[in-house]
Design a protein around this ligand. Structure first.
Ligand code: AMP
Ligand code: ZN
Length: 471
């Protein structure tokens, strides 16, 4: 069973589904106002590793991840560019999906957009007004009264002094983001302002729009209920976002909110925080433009322990690519001896094979997702193995066990033969076979595959094309 650090209790805790079958969890999704950077992807990739370890460990999951498409930043940028909010956020949502796919992240089961849940957000504010946890200010905005919720500050471990400061000063925060020194009543509903342009909705308190923190309470409540198994985000979300979310959810809906809080430490670039002004903010596109592969980035992001800062360097990407090549060569060598078809993630989840020599790697994954330790075990395990000396059955079994670990990490193993030169006549035969396959002419496709095999070439079919390997 996976043991994972829980921010609220400050200790390792087993990850458990309340119903024993399906782990229901919520991840704060991207703010779609620009391309997500590699720091954001550290968080999303680690959440993906988490989900894979849970699923390979035998639990089904319900993974909900929202899209933040109505907040200070999306509105500011779309207004500045004179593009309607929906159109502006749609393009960045699409980009986000493409990057997630390139980084081999499983898509969440539910991906709700905040802008489609205005009614649900208003409902939460209404409940908070009805129970005295919220109040309307002179300008028509609505605030959460933090003094009405004695447990405020538990998640972020705020001390009494900080909290008292917030209360006695009776300050209010009307921006979405602020830090611990500015503990304050926070905004639930923002009164309409001219700079928001057409982005306002009617409410019982006047026209306006929801504050950022509200959306995750509304959507987690709608899709997962009052109490659910786990909630995750980067460490920057502990305060104020998640603290505020707990306060809103518990006061409006009852229940426990999330039973386990999983936060991922930030990625730094060359030891410094990423920022536009330092010029060290990377996106996947930029790295690809420099010739690096998404697979190498995935290796780095998945392979660093999530509770330590990850210091990203471009040199690290080169090392990652060569480590991946080593794993790819091992996999290929096993595949040749085994002859069995490549085990897919879904098949491995359905029936997890015995792990044998990869048992220690799995144990590291279950020990607070210690991915670097797991990779260390994998490399030591494969060191002394000569795939050519194994029987086909042994190779098949070993490959399935190996792939449990690489699939848990979501690694995209390169094909060591991918760069080989393919002679013209082989290419022509392969094209012919692909055309036959597309035309569902299975007899010709099979005959051509056999002909290719006779000439020493294997053909692997993908969804959008094929690849050739030397047999
Ligand atoms: P955002 O799009 O800003 O709402 O952030 C999406 C996710 O990325 C959130 O879970 C953030 O906590 C996380 N995040 C932001 N910056 C970093 C970083 N440098 N390293 C790791 N995660 C980050
Ligand atoms: Zn959130």
């Amino acid at each position: 069973m996976l043991n994972l650090f829980d921010t609220q209790s400050g200790a390792l805790k087993p990850v458990q589904a309340e119903d024993g079958k399906q782990l229901r969890f919520y991840c704060c999704g991207p703010t779609v106002y620009a391309a997500a950077h590699i720091g954001n992807f550290r968080t999303f990739v680690i959440q993906d590793v988490f989900r894979r370890v849970v699923e390979l460990g035998g639990l089904r999951t319900k993974h909900v991840r929202n899209i933040t498409d109505v907040d200070d930043k999306t509105i500011r940028n779309s207004q500045a560019q004179g593009v309607p909010l929906a159109e502006y956020t749609a393009q960045w949502t699409e980009k986000f999906h493409a990057d997630c796919k390139a980084l081999n992240c499983l898509p969440p089961h539910v991906e709700p957009g905040a802008v489609h849940h205005i009614a649900e957000q208003i409902d939460i504010v209404q409940r908070l007004m009805d129970t005295g946890h919220a109040y309307r200010s002179e300008d028509g905005s609505v605030y959460f009264r933090i003094s009405s919720y004695p447990e405020y500050g538990r998640l972020a471990h705020l001390d009494r002094q900080t909290l008292d400061l917030g209360k006695t000063a009776a300050t209010r925060a009307d921006v979405d983001e602020y830090d611990k020194d500015s503990v304050a009543d926070f905004v639930l509903w923002k009164a309409r302002r001219p700079e928001d342009g057409p982005n306002f909705w009617p409410s019982p308190w006047g026209e306006g729009r929801p504050g950022w923190h509200l959306e995750c309470s509304a959507m987690s409540h709608k899709y997962l209920g009052d109490t659910f198994d786990l909630h995750s985000g980067g460490v920057d979300l502990i305060f104020p976002h998640h603290e505020n979310e707990i306060a809103q959810s518990r006061c409006a809906c009852g229940g426990e909110s999330a039973r386990h809080w999983f936060h991922i430490t930030h990625l730094l670039v060359d030891g410094a925080k990423m920022s536009k002004s330092l010029g060290n903010l990377y996106t996947l596109d930029q790295l690809q433009g420099m010739g690096h592969s998404p697979a190498a980035l995935r290796y780095i992001l998945a392979g660093a322990y999530y509770r330590r800062p990850l210091n990203f360097t471009l040199a690290g990407l080169k090392d990652a690519a060569s480590a991946l090549n080593k794993l790819g060569r091992f996999d290929k060598a096993l595949a040749k001896v085994s002859g069995a078809k490549e085990p897919s993630y879904r098949e491995l989840v359905k029936q997890r094979p015995a792990l044998g020599i990869f048992e220690p790697a799995w144990a590291s994954l279950e020990d607070d997702l210690n991915t670097p330790e797991a990779l260390g075990h994998v490399f030591s395990a494969i060191k002394g193995i000569k795939p050519e000396s194994l029987s086909a059955e042994e190779a098949t079994e070993l490959r399935r066990a190996f792939r449990v670990i690489t699939e848990a990490l979501g690694l995209q193993l390169p094909d060591p033969d991918a760069d080989i030169e393919v002679p013209e006549d082989i290419r022509a035969l392969a094209d012919k076979r692909w055309a036959a396959r597309c035309a569902k002419d299975w007899a010709s496709a099979d005959a051509l595959r056999a002909e290719l095999a006779q000439l020493g070439w294997g053909m692997k079919d993908g969804r959008d094309g094929y690849s050739l390997t030397k047999l």
